[in-house]
Design a protein around this ligand. Structure first.
Ligand code: NAP
Ligand code: MG
Length: 481
């Protein structure tokens, strides 16, 4: 007998949506200079969530001026402990408004409420708490006292963790004494505008945080604005490269958090049932829209049969559907171009000869969806083994010896994350010392903590976010050379 789950839909009444959101400049909600707005959609229904201001050169200019003004007149001069108090206040308001923020993120992004409620929003609050603590303790960060803030920092973030990426950007920038102009992604601006309200509620001095909504063109205006001292970008390697080129001949500082193709390595002595859960979490968390996703499963050949059989069984239990349902595991794909990219790469996997398997699921009739997908028999040369799919699609490669596992894991232009599953601590430590990845998880995957630095090698980026290391990209040496 099969017991079906009863629907358990999170109420949305806590969220009071406006029809239109303006830019947040100099502490106020400001209409766009060009008078243009764009829609953000709910990817699970296709409905318009709200309209957002389209940022132009003039808007960026106004925001950079407001940030410079706030930096010169207030933020730079404020005692560090006072700056910290604002960050604590923001963190507490995020906790108070956590349900509203979780609902907003789920509606605008398509990710399950279980994740926004239990992962995204709690991590956002803890990021602000953590950096609030640093504000008046920078002299203990091991940097000496010859460091100062940059001034106005331009920050650009992607759509996969909208509010979490905002917190990774704004919390360290403010703790180290900078002011910011941030541009959220075009498809997920809602929680950034709720954060603007939170800045007002916290009585953060006007202009310390400015938020300009818009598309890639707005991002370009921000990158190229002469009043910006530093750019912090999270997004694709492709756009990261364009940004690095365009500011190459300026004295702007740059930090980049880019793409990944993480290896999740299952050794023969791994606890298989736990590893299967880790594989599921590694690739199906947030629909696989995760830069550090465990998108390449490397499994030792003598346990591959058992792992794949158990994995298919477990994948068949994944509940795909309404992201507001508290039982949902896999939500909607954030936007149509992303779904098209996932489908194109999936087709390439089939065409290149890998073995394709999908869990049987009934896809909802409206919205953007992709069933949990597994490829076995994948070769190193296949596109699905090399390119970031950024969706719920797992590519499996087998290996025979630990050395072969490391060689295959490192055979990628990326180097953001890896997972190692083994019963032996010595093997895990050996593997971790050989893997070229910024974050390596042992017998777990996709665990985040503000105290732990995060970032990549090679084409996965420059610089770190989180931990003591994450403060450094927001501080410049004040030693005169
Ligand atoms: P994306 O296309 O690179 O966009 C990222 C941001 O840059 C968006 O706000 C985008 O605006 C803006 N943008 C686009 N073109 C620009 C330009 N020429 N100049 C300045 N800004 C520009 O990336 P995405 O598709 O949103 O995000 C997915 C990528 O982010 C994946 O590759 C993922 O691995 C990576 N990611 C990395 C990390 C990390 O920490 N390493 C974390 C999360 C995600 P629009 O939204 O309007 O296009
Ligand atoms: Mg949206």
């Amino acid at each position: 007998m099969v017991f079906e789950y009863a629907p358990s839909i999170e109420s949305t009444t806590i969220l009071k949506l406006a029809n239109r959101y303006q830019h947040f400049i100099g502490g106020k909600m400001v209409a766009p200079a060009g008078g243009k707005y764009f829609d953000s959609l709910n990817p699970a229904t296709g409905e318009v969530v709200a309209q957002f201001a389209q940022g132009s050169k003039k808007d960026v200019d106004k925001a950079v001026q407001a940030a410079q003004n706030a930096y010169d007149k207030i933020w730079k001069k404020m005692p560090a402990a006072e700056r910290g108090k604002y960050l604590f206040r923001i963190a507490r308001i995020i906790q108070e408004r956590s349900r509203e923020l979780a609902v907003a993120e789920t509606i605008d992004n398509g990710k399950p409420i279980r994740e926004t409620r239990d992962v995204d929003v709690p991590l956002v609050a803890s990021h602000f708490f953590y950096h609030a603590g640093w504000a008046d303790k920078l002299q203990y960060a091991g940097l000496g006292d010859k460091y100062s803030s940059y001034g106005v920092v331009g920050q650009i973030i992607p759509w996969n963790f909208p509010l979490l990426m905002l917190s990774w950007k704004i919390a360290p920038a403010l703790a180290t004494g900078n002011t910011v102009v941030l541009k959220p992604a075009e498809t997920t601006p809602l929680t950034a505008m709720l954060f603007a309200e939170i800045c007002q509620q916290a009585e953060l001095p006007a202009g310390v945080v400015n938020i300009i909504t818009g598309d890639g063109e707005t991002g370009k205006e921000l990158v190229n604005h002469p009043g910006i001292a530093k750019i912090a970008f999270t997004g694709s390697t492709e756009v990261g490269r364009i940004i690095a080129q365009s500011i190459g001949n300026t004295d702007k500082a740059l930090s980049l958090e880019l793409g990944g193709k993480g290896a999740n390595i299952i050794f023969e002595d791994a606890p298989i049932d736990e590893a299967v859960e880790g594989i599921i979490n590694g690739i199906f968390f947030n629909q696989g829209h995760v830069c550090c996703a465990g998108s390449r499963l490397l499994v030792q050949e003598n346990v591959a049969g058992e792992v794949i059989e158990k994995l298919k069984k477990r994948m068949s239990l994944i509940r795909l559907g309404n992201p507001l349902d508290k039982n949902t595991d896999l939500g909607a794909i954030n936007n149509a171009p992303q779904l098209a990219k996932i489908k194109e790469l999936t087709q390439a996997g089939i065409d290149e000869g890998a073995e394709f398997w999908q869990a049987e699921v009934n896809l909802p009739t409206t919205g953007l969806w992709c069933p949990p997908t597994l490829f076995t028999g994948v070769w190193q040369s296949h596109r699905i083994a090399r390119e970031e799919i950024f969706g719920p699609v797992l590519s499996t490669i087998t290996f025979r010896t630990p050395e072969e596992a490391i060689e295959k894991a490192n055979n990628t232009p990326y180097g953001l994350s890896a997972g190692v599953w083994s019963d032996k601590g010595s093997r895990t430590l050996w593997a971790a010392s050989k893997l070229k990845a910024g974050v390596i998880w042992s017998n777990t995957f996709n665990k985040f903590d503000p105290t732990s630095p995060f970032g990549g090698y090679k084409e996965s980026g420059w610089g770190r976010e989180g931990g003591r290391h994450g403060l450094l990209p927001y501080l410049k040496s004040s030693v005169k050379g």
